[in-house]
Design a protein around this ligand. Structure first.
Ligand code: ADP
Length: 326
């Protein structure tokens, strides 16, 4: 072990210790709003609500049974689109679907049932992170039980993004110890990268995301130079007028519909060090990093789950934790 290795390991251990003494509750801002959607709502209406409020997911509430009913995310909308592709003649029905019908849609297209896992807000943050890595959930609802009524209550939702931000902001003294480069620690994916071109249709790219179970596809030019990234959440504005609407249009057109406050895409090089990646996470709204070379050519993809997995599990016994093994 070199000094750099030892320092890196020490930094990781300090961050893990931090995650074990903090709770999910600590990650929440002092005041926040939570939009919860009733499962009786039409899917079509739920889209409008998400767009109007500038959010991409919301917890669902079953008011008949007073229970938490899972999270609505862009994956659900992608499932609806797949359903439409398989049963195009049921367009009229699709317009009448309620959120409670999402499970039926999953079944009909043979999709993996969505995780309805949740964590208690006062459990150590470390456990919530492990849960996310095991289930590949990008966000987890915090569910508590009301003392008086004994009923479930959705407190908030925490995302991988929030957790990494929380780590970055509160551990500057530890993240400076992470001096190994992306290349040295093998952070991210570098083989079998899925890409698309500006002229490809939205539907083509959605199929790629579904088939490979990824939430982003870099858009490259003929020389493999990165122009943009199409993300699962970009699907939402594409179907606001109905599923049939804009799916045939090109990625180029779809990307022009992004909200004005779109944070942009973030890139890094293979020689960038993990400490500088944490600087980026601390300062910006990063949801993934595109690894490029000096010529802007695509080299790899680093997802937030790749970073979280490394921070939590590198060098641990169960380093090889994988969703299939659980
Ligand atoms: P997250 O789980 O954080 O939302 P993704 O779904 O984007 O992230 O990524 C899941 C895994 O797939 C990660 O290990 C990531 O490196 C890899 N990955 C992400 N995008 C692509 C892509 N376009 N092609 C191949 N692999 C990818």
């Amino acid at each position: 072990y070199s000094i750099i290795d030892r320092e890196q390991m020490q930094g990781l251990e300090n961050i893990r210790a931090f995650l074990k003494i903090r709770t999910s509750y600590d990650v929440l801002p002092l005041s926040f709003r939570l939009i919860v959607l009733d499962t009786d709502l039409l899917i079509r209406k739920s889209l409008t609500i998400l767009i109007q409020n500038g959010i991409v997911s919301a917890p669902l509430w079953d008011s008949h049974n007073s229970t938490f009913a899972g999270l609505l995310t862009s994956t659900d909308f992608i499932n609806v689109i797949q359903y439409y592709c398989q049963y195009p003649d049921r367009l009229h029905d699709i317009d009448q679907f309620r959120l409670s019908g999402l499970r039926e849609i999953e079944k009909a297209i043979g999709a993996q049932p969505l995780e309805t896992i949740s964590v208690h807000p006062m459990k150590p943050l470390y456990e919530a992170c492990l849960e996310m890595l095991k289930t590949r959930a990008r966000r987890i609802p915090l569910v508590d039980v009301d003392d008086e009524t004994g009923r479930e209550m959705v407190v908030s939702v925490i995302t991988q993004y929030r957790i990494l931000k929380f780590i970055a902001v509160n551990n500057e003294h530890n993240t400076v110890m992470l001096k190994k480069s992306v290349r040295e620690i093998g952070l991210g994916t570098y083989t079998n990268l899925q890409t698309a071109h500006m002229s490809d249709s939205v539907l083509d790219v959605i199929h790629v995301m579904v088939e490979h179970n990824i939430s982003a596809v870099p858009i490259v030019d003929a020389n493999n130079r990165v122009l943009n990234v199409f993300e699962a959440v970009d699907v939402i504005p594409c179907i606001k007028g109905g599923v049939y609407d804009d799916l045939q249009s090109s990625i180029g057109e779809a990307l022009s519909k992004r909200a004005e406050d779109f944070p942009g895409i973030y890139t890094c090089g293979e020689d960038d060090r993990l400490d500088s990646i944490f600087d980026t996470v601390r300062k910006s709204r990063v949801h993934r990093l595109i690894v490029i070379d000096d010529d802007s050519r695509l080299r790899g993809m680093i997802s937030l789950s790749d970073i979280l997995k490394y921070v939590l599990l590198f060098g641990e016994e169960n380093d090889a934790i994988s969703p299939d093994a659980v």
